[in-house]
Structure formats: C-alpha cells, structure tokens
Design a protein around this ligand. Sequence first.
Ligand SMILES: [Fe+2]
Length: 612
Amino acid sequence: MTAILGISAYYHDSAAALVVDGRIVAAAQEERFSRVKHDDRFPKNAVAYCLSEAGLAPADLDYVGFYDKPLLKFERLLETYLAYAPRGFRSFVHAMPVWLKQKLYLPRQLNQGLNGEYRKRYIFTEHHESHAASAFFPSPFEEAAILTIDGVGEWATASYGLGRGNRIELTHELHFPHSLGLLYTAFTYYCGFKVNSGEYKLMGLAPYGQPVYAEEIREKLLDIKEDGSFRMDMSYFNYCQGLTMTSERFHRLFGGPPRSPETRLEQRHMDLAASIQLVTEEIMLKMAQHVHRETGMEKLCLAGGVALNCVGNGRILREGPFEELWIQPAAGDAGGALGVALFIWHQLLDRPREVGPIDSQSGSLLGPHFSENEIRSFLESKRARFHHYADDEALTSAVVDLLTKEKVVGWMQGRMEFGPRALGSRSILGDARSTAMQSVMNLKIKFRESFRPFAPSVLEERVDEYFETRPREESPYMLLVAPVRESKRANVNGEMDRLQGIDKLKVCRSEVPAITHVDYSARIQTVDAARHGRYYMLLKKFAERTNCPVLVNTSFNVRGEPIVCTPEHAYRCFLATNMDALVLERFVLLKEEQPEAARHEVDKYLAEFQLD
Ligand SMILES: [Fe+2]
C-alpha cells in the first residue's frame, strides 16, 4: 500500500487530501473544522481527519506533498519588492515576518503539524502543477488540454499544457504581475468586497449592471494579445508595492475612491462588476481558443481560482472550441492539496491511471460523515425533539411535504463536500417556484446581501427542459452557468426591460424565480443517481409531486460562517436562523417543536463569524 498526503496551507484555504494506491480517500478544507472561514493555518484538523478516514497514523504515510514551492515564491516577493523599492517597503515589512516564520521553515512546520511522527520525504510541486494535476488526473479524459488561471503562485498566474495517460506537462506560463485573478480581485476590492472571498459576490452583482466600462478596461488597463495573454498597466494597481489592490490613478479613472464595505451599492458598482466580468470572460475565451489551436485537443481541464468563475466556464463550454470540459470542483488553492498528492502518485511514481466513464472525484463528497448512532446520541444530549424515518422513501416523502409548503430545510447527509460549493450534503434547500424564497433565504436564513443569487439543483435527465443546455448535460459540481430556457421565462408587461439594477429583483422572472438571476442565468448543479443517491431521490420525489425537477440549493451556513461539518454545527445554525426544518441523515427536526428554539440568540451566533 502507498499512502500519500497532500497539503496546501499558508496562503488561503488550507486543506489536506489523502490518496491511497491512487484512490482519493479523503479531502477537506481546514475551515470546516476550525470554523474560521478561508483558514490559512497548517491544516492540522483536516490532516487528522484524512488519516482517520483511512485508519492511518502519520508514520504510515509514504509521501507528504506540499502544493507550492516556498523558495520560489519568496524569490518572487523579494524581487517584486526590490523592483518597487522604496515604495514597496511597507508591504515588505508587513509580509516578511510571516514568511520567515512559516514558509521558509516549511519542513519544520510540516514536521510539527504531523506530531514529529513522519520521517520520510517531503515533496514540493509548483503551484500551477498542483492546480493542473487536480484538474487532469481526476477527470474522465484519457487525454486533454489543461488550462490553469489563477491569482498568483510562485511566478505563474496562468499556464497551459497537456495531460495524457498518467502524465501532465505544462508548456506555457503567464507571469506575475500580469494576472487575470488579481485583475478580478482588484475590482472586487474596489467595489468594497473582501479580497480572495468577495469575487463570488462581484460575479453575482454583474447581471444588475451594464458593461459600460469594458472599453476603458481593455484600452487603458490591459494590453490583450490574440492568444489571451495580456500585460497590465501597473500604474493603475498597487499590489506590487502596497497593501491595497488599486492605485489613485485607478480611482480617478473610475470616478472615486473604493466603496467602503457594507455601504450602499450604486449603479456604478454594478456597471463596474458587469464590465470586468465581460472582459474576464473574453480573456478566458481567448485563452481557451489559443490552447485549443496549440494542443489540438478536444477536451479541456480547468483549475485555478478563476475556474470558479462559472459564468466564464459556461461560455467556454457553449462558445469555445472544446467539445468537453472538466473543472476541478476545488479549483482554488484547497484543490492544490489533492493535485500534489495525485501528481506524486502518477507522475513521480509513474503509476498508471485508469479512466472510467465518470470522473474519479466521487461527486467531491470526500469529507467526514456521521452515523445515525452518533446523530441520535447528539440529539438526545441536546434534548432535541426529532422524528426518525425507517427508510429513504419515507424520509424523502416527509421532506417533500415540507418543501412544497415553502418551508426552508437544512439538509445534511453523507460525506461533506470538498470545494467551496454545497452539493446536497451540507445544503439549505427550498422550493425554486416560490416568489418569496430568494428574499427569505438571503435576509432571514443566511443574513446576507439581498442582491445575491441562488443556484438550482436539477435532475440531470431534465436539465435541458429548464435550461439552455444539451440533453443530460452534466454539471455535478455547480461550476457552469446556463440561461433559463425562453419558454420558462416571464417578463410581465416588459417590466424586466424597464427596471434597472436591484429593482429587477422584484419581478417574477420565470417559473423558477428563486434561482433565475436578473439576466435569466442560473448556476446549475445537475443531480444524478450515481453520484448523489439520497439527494437524487429527494429531487425525483419533488418532481413527481410538483412536476418541477428544480430545487434551490445553497450552502448550509450563515454569512461569514464556513459551511457546517458536524451535526452540532448544523443544529446550532438551524436554531440561530429562521430555518424551518433540519434533516440529519434520517432524523427530521421541526423548528416549532424545539424546546431550545425560543431561547437562542441570533445576534450572538452571528457575532461569532466575521462578515465576509
Ligand atoms: Fe492558486
């Protein structure tokens, strides 16, 4: 037996992944255990979990891999600071103690993290190699082009190459400071959202605006080449020398200082979001076209933070030259942990790779699960009132009853998802046909901004009935956006065309308004029997009852909180919000029956998590 542990840490989204004899046994992000969102510390809880899943101790591991090369990264930081000295000095002083303490002494850190029990080799792969490995090795393709698009690793900010059999080779790189990820992050920062976590909000905001600044971005900020590579005019940015993303020149160009977090969103911010989103999509498409020309491949694998831009991914699939697309669900740095482990197994140890009809990511359900016994004793210890159902048939029937009454249901079952999306194991569910659902879920359940869209889960066999996709088009990881079919849309009295910005939210846009964005797009998760088991059964039953194969699926957490992991996290979140019911495996709890519900303090709960 060969056991390989992959680790990513010290940047954002620390994670661990365990590969045993080539099989992905477990993978999880540290934030789910530590309850600190995007936790970047050594993933000691995630490592402990991965080892326990296989019944291993650190001493049983054959290899431990780290997802990037700290010395190269140090060199990049040093050179960048020197190039911008003395202006760069402030951020130099800011960053260096952390670097000296953690990253340069990485083997020592890793030793400590593994309790001094691991005495074999550490292997370091390059950042983009890790992303590329995570995109290709689990994919269902024998051979494919690979494209990684990211913020920055060591020097590379994007790269492409080929995967074939059990090997990958990256042949081309785009280098820091020119970076599509950092460009997008600069606009995220400017619009008042958090760097490295608010990018999703910016993407969600874009459909409320018009891309009126796109030309300015293309002309002034960038020099985009035909192959999708580009240079940025660094006088508009400040991330090389300062502690902010954008410079005074940038602020002058776009009409004022950055928006302060939590202040009112103006039409200008929505237009900026629409503009940078459009330019990002154009660059992604150009890159994909170039990679297609150069490699001659029919299939494409994607990873890196920008591969979480599901609107861009959807356009690559629909407009780009590739026939098929596979995107690593943990496309950000967490996925690097999985990438390095698979890279060691296939590429360094030269072990063969078997390609099946579906990918080897196991639905990305790679985290902890909890038995009915564990859940029962937890619930009894809390004196919670619950109903237990003997089989899945009875359970899903009961949950469909709740959903059709517009109840909001916390749904926890099976193994936790690896990657940022909830895929039906740690989800909050609702009826997508409800006109009130989007607002109720945003304001009363998740306590987050009202503009944010919700995503649908849809039965794979009926996806093209509601969305403009091919029949049975797969999107099991919720990484592709597609338009809602024309026949399902609504535009009462042309209101959608008349209203602007956030006001569009008030209009019922389709038969499934809760998951239809104001530009009629939806970020789809397709649900199939092979990957999703009980969740598939629930959707199937909901569709039988209502003839609608679509549910709202949002992550099981409140704003700023990492997605729940354990029954206890789920139970606390259930009590602290206006969620109506909680499903833990085959246990169902109703809010009105809970003795503790009335006493729970929402504000105290929310205060535990920093606004994201
Ligand atoms: Fe990365």
